[in-house]
Ligand binder design. Structure first.
Ligand code: 3PG
Length: 393
């Protein structure tokens, strides 16, 4: 795909699709600006080149009509602080007023349009809406990796109408890291996959198995594997209809798939709960696995230390509630150490990225993806429609 270097920028309106789908606090302020900060390099580059920047994004999942709590208005002041220059908020997605606002921009100025999902045509990838978006720019830049798995009017439809349609710097960086790991990883290459459900990770396990030297499993999804091994799983979260699948996967993967040898269990998820470690075949009937055990955490840390490329997606336990955050933190720390020694460390978006951000370790990794669903689909080997729609090199 083409990048910013392929576009003439000075004096032109760049319609830039960003992923400003950020959490807002109850008083309507940006609660986590990670994704806004991640888009700044592209915006700065465009501004320096004398472009007129028109930003658009979705926020949350409004159902095709305006809803005050999903307005992008709170993002404009935060972005203005980060850029050190005014950002005009335009309370329209498309239409005459939006178009007039984009035409009023001078070189080096920025405006932010209202939530693209306030338009019913956005998620339908409607042709008329795509054409309306195309009127808001002279070229198109997609920097919304986090939304690239959606074939929507602002991510896919408009890219086919506005030329050139190029990737922003964040988009390029995400594709370089994730794509680089899949195509030419430094070895050993390992993946650490966690989360509560095996059903959400099965496709990524299947896609990574032929490429990696090992996959280390964590999170409650380990319990579906325990069940497949014939172990008691107590009150743990298990997906009974996936047990056969887990069995089949273990047989095919053999030594390349590691299921945690011990588990941290407790009667319930509660701050400071009476947690204790047990071997994986000793989970009490009245307790649930809520984290990987200390032996597994230590052995996973050793595996990370000897790997050259590490991809991590999904927490090892209920990391939001101490003490069930120990496994997740151990992985994060081991990845920080590996990064220092020159390994390429990649954290997939979503929960594991949130855990790494919360621990203040994001900058100590090679790359933390801004995409949750998008990074997972990319690792599954799927074509992301928002990327496929950009101009070929
Ligand atoms: C995300 O948060 O993963 C992206 O912004 C996509 O949001 P969506 O799942 O609502 O399409």
């Amino acid at each position: 795909i083409k990048d910013l270097g392929a576009a003439e920028l000075a004096g032109r309106r760049a319609l830039v699709r960003v992923d400003f789908n950020v959490p807002l606090s109850d008083d309507g302020k940006v609660a986590d600006d990670t994704r806004i900060r991640a888009a700044v390099p592209t915006i700065q580059t465009l501004l320096k080149a004398g472009a007129r920047v028109v930003l658009c994004s979705h926020l949350g999942r409004p159902k095709g009509k305006p809803e005050a709590k999903y307005s992008l208005a709170p993002v404009a002041p935060r972005l203005a602080e980060l850029l050190g220059k005014p950002v005009t908020f335009v309370p329209h997605v498309v239409g005459a007023e939006a178009e007039a606002a984009t035409k009023a921009l001078m070189d080096g100025e920025v405006c932010l349009l209202e939530n693209t999902r306030f338009e019913a045509g956005e998620e339908k990838n409607d042709a008329a809406l795509s054409a309306a978006f195309a009127k808001l720019g002279d070229l198109y830049v997609n920097d919304a990796f986090g939304a690239a798995h959606r074939a929507h009017a602002s991510t896919e439809g408009v890219a086919k109408l506005l030329k050139p349609a190029v990737a922003g710097l964040l988009m390029q960086k995400e594709l370089d890291y994730l794509g680089g790991a899949l195509e030419k990883p430094k070895r050993p290459f390992i993946a650490i996959l966690g989360g509560s459900k095996i059903s959400g990770k099965i496709d990524v396990i299947e896609a990574l198995l032929p490429k990696v030297d090992g996959i280390l499993i964590g999170g409650a999804m380990a319990c579906t594997f325990y069940k497949a091994m014939g172990f008691e799983t107590g009150k743990s979260l298990v997906e009974p209809d996936r047990v056969d699948m887990a069995k089949d996967l273990m047989e095919r993967a053999a030594f390349r798939l590691t299921i945690p040898h011990d588990a941290t269990v407790a009667p319930a998820i509660a701050e400071g709960a009476k947690a204790h470690a047990v071997k994986r075949d000793e989970i009490p009937t009245d307790e649930a696995m809520l984290d990987i055990g200390p032996d597994s955490a230590a052995s996973y840390a050793r595996a990370i230390a000897s790997a050259k490329t590490i991809i991590w997606n999904g927490p090892m336990g209920v990391f939001e509630t101490a003490p069930f955050d120990k496994g997740t933190n151990a992985i994060a720390q081991a990845m920080v150490e590996a990064t220092k020694k020159g390994a390429t460390t990649i954290v997939g978006g979503g929960d594991s990225a949130a855990a790494v951000e919360a621990a203040g370790l994001a900058t100590a990794m090679s790359h933390v993806s801004t995409g949750g669903g998008a990074s997972l689909e990319f690792l599954e080997g799927k074509v992301l429609p928002g990327v496929a729609a950009l101009d070929a090199k």
